[in-house]
Design a protein around this ligand. Sequence first.
Ligand code: C2E
Ligand code: MG
Ligand code: MG
Length: 725
Amino acid sequence: MGSGKTPILAVDDERMNLRLLQGMLKPFGLEFLSAQSGLEALSIAKSRDLALILLDVMMPGMDGFQVAEALRGDPVTRHIPIIFVTAINKEQKHVFRGYELGAVDYLFKPVEAEVLCGKVRVFVELHRQRQALEEASRQLLRSVEELRVSKAALEESELRYRTVADYNHDWESWIGPDGRALYVSPSCERISGYPPGVFQEDPEFLHTIVTPDDRDTIRRFLGDSRAETLDFRIRNRDGEQRWLNVVRREIPGRENGGSLGWRLSMRDITARKEAELQLRHLALHDPLTGLANRTLLLDRTSLALERLKRGRKNMAGLVFLDLDRFKVVNDSLGHARGDLLLVEVARRIQACVRGVDLVARFGGDEFILLLEELESPREAIHVAKRVRDAMRKPFVIDGHEITTSASLGLVLAVDGDVGAEELIRHANIAMYKAKESGKNRFHVFNERMLEQAVAALRLENDLRRAIRRGEFHLAFQPIVSLGDGRLGGFETLLRWNHPRRGAVSPADFIPVAEETGMIIELGQWVLDQACGVMRRWQQANSHAGNLSLAVNVSARQFAKSGLADDVLRAVGVSGLAPESLKLEITETAIMDNPRNSVQKLHRLRQDGIRFSIDDFGTGYSSLGYLQKFPLDDLKIDLSFVRVMESSAENLEIVRTIIGLAHNLGLSVVAEGIESAAQRNILAELGCEYGQGYLFSRAVPEAEAEAWVRSGERFSEAGRPRTGNA
Ligand code: C2E
Ligand code: MG
Ligand code: MG
C-alpha cells in the first residue's frame, strides 16, 4: 500500500491551515494526506486505511458535518476516527452535533501543537494496534482455512486408503513399532476366517494359526527387518490349510530416521502353490502308477550314496525288476489291461517295502526299488525275494487271470563310491543275468557281470564297425536227407572275422545285434548275399534247382513291418526262384505276435517262399496256432538230439516232436547230428532230414558249391561219397 507510514488525512479549505497541521505533525513520521474539499476528502478516505481524519467544520460546499455524515454512512469509512477542527469557539451546539456524527474529539483553532500531537498519538497508536490485530486475524483466518483444506484432504486420502485397503484382495496389516496391529483389512476374514479385530487385539493370534511346521520360519521372518517376503501356511477357521505369501515394507516416519512400523501384505497363494506342488509331483512321478519316476529315483539314489559316503555304517541297495512276459500280456489283452497290470504290480511292490524305501517306475515294465538303511545284505535279499514271490501270484485284471513273473537284479552299495547311474546300470546287468538264466528269479550283481557287460558293450561297438568294414561272410552247412544221404540244401550261417579276436561265434554277436537293432541291417545283408549265392549255384548247376537254401530270420527282423517286401525284393533282385528260399524262424519269434505272423507268413507263402520253424522245443508255441501257419519244416533243436540216447524219456520227446510235425504235415530236420547212431535213430523215427558235424560243419561258399556241383551223397561215415548219381 503506502510507504508503511501511518496515513492521516487533514481536510481544510485553507491551504495555510493544512500546512500548519503538517508542520506540527512532522515529528511523528506520518504519511500526511490533505484534502481541500469534502468530496476530495471522501474519495481519499474510501481508498486509504486512515488512522485519523482531522476535519475542518466550516468549508464551502460540503461542510465538515456533511462529510462526517457521509463517512459514517459508508461501511468502508465508518470506523475512521474523526477529530473536528473548528474555529467556532467551543460552541455547545457544534460540539454536540459533531459527537452525534461520530466525532471522537474536537480541536479548536488556533490549534496548539502540543494538544494536537497528544491526541494524534493516541489515534496513531490505536490504528497501529488495529492493523496488527487485523493482520493477526487475517493470519488466523488463513490458517483456519489452510487447516480446513488440509483436513479435508487428509480425510479424503484416508478414505481413499481405507477403500483400497478395506477392499483390497490382500490381507493388509499395519503393525506399529510395538508389534501391535494398528490396522487389519477386512480381507483377513476371507482368507483366514477370522475377523480383523482378533488380530488387532492379540498380536500373537497370527502365530497360533500358522501351521506348526512354519511357526519358526514366520517368527524368524518377522524378527528380521531385512526379510522382505515369505511363503507360509496357516490353518483357516475351517481347519483347511492355506498358503500365504507375505510381503513386508517399512512405513517411514515424517522425520528422517523414524519408523511408523511395518506394512504386511498377505496374499492367499494356495491355488498357485497347489498347482506348483502338482507340477512338481508330475515332474517327479509316473502318471500311470503314481510311483517315483527316473528323475526322482536318480535324485534319491544320489542322496543315499552321499549319506553312505559321509560314513554312516548302513548300506543301501537297488533292486531292478523287469516283468517276464509283459509284452505277451500287452499284445494278447491290449494295452489298457497291460496298464492295469502295471498299476497292480506297482501296488504289490509297494506292499513289499518299508517306509524308507522308494519304489520307482523306470520304464515300461521296469521298476526299481531303492532300499535304504540296510543293516545287512540279507535284508535286501529278503525284500527281493518277497517281491519275486509277490509277482508269482496270479493277477486278476478286468476278469482275466494273468500269471506272470519277474526277473530281479540286486546291487548293494556300501561306501557310496559309485554314482547313482552306475548303480542302476549294475542292478540292470544283474537283472539281465536273471533273465538269461531262466527268468522268475533274482541275481545279485558281481564284478564278473560287469566285465561281461563291458565286453558286450565293446562287442556292440565292434559290430557297428564290422558291417561297414565288410568283416562278415557267409558259411553254408549242408542239410542231408537221412534216408539216402542226398543233399537237400544248406543252412546259411553268418560268420564274423573280428580283426583282433578272430572268429566270433554268432551265438555271441547275434543276440547283441538283435538287442541293438543292428540285426535288421545285418539280416538284410545275409538275405541279399544268400539269394545271390544260391542263384549263381543254380545257374551253374542244372541239377541244383530243387536244392533249398535256409536263411535265419531273427525275432526282431521278423517283427519288422516291411519284412515281406524286403524278402521279396532280395529274391527279385537276385532272380532266384522263391521256392528255393527257406526262412528259419524260431517259435518264439512267431508267437510274439501270432496274428501278425499268420498274415506275414501267408503273404510270403503266396509268393512261393518256404518256412522252417527253428530250434523247436526251446521256446513256447501254441499248437492251435502252429496249425494256422503255412510251414514246411520243423527243426528239432540240437539240445534234444544230444540227449536223445541218454534216456527213454528223452527219446520219447524226440519221437513226440516228430509225430507232431507229421500230424501238422511238416517235414522234420534234426539239428546237431554228430554221430551215425544219432542219425540212425532219427531216421528210424521217421525224421526226414538232418544237419550236423556228422555230415559237415558250415563251410565256405566255394566248398559248398563243390558239393552242389558234384551232387555227392553223404555216406554212413558222414563224408560225401563221390560218383553215384
Ligand atoms: P541255428 O539256426 O540253430 O543254427 C544251427 C547252429 O548249430 C549253428 O551254429 C551250427 O553251426 C550249429 N551246429 C550244426 N551242427 C552242429 C553239430 O553237429 N553240433 C553242434 N554242437 N553244433 C552244430 P552257429 O553257426 O554258431 O549259429 C548259432 C546260431 O546263430 C544259429 O542257430 C542261429 O540262431 C544264429 N545265426 C547264425 N547265422 C545267422 C544269421 O545269418 N541270421 C540270424 N538271424 N541268426 C543267425
Ligand atoms: Mg537256424
Ligand atoms: Mg537251430
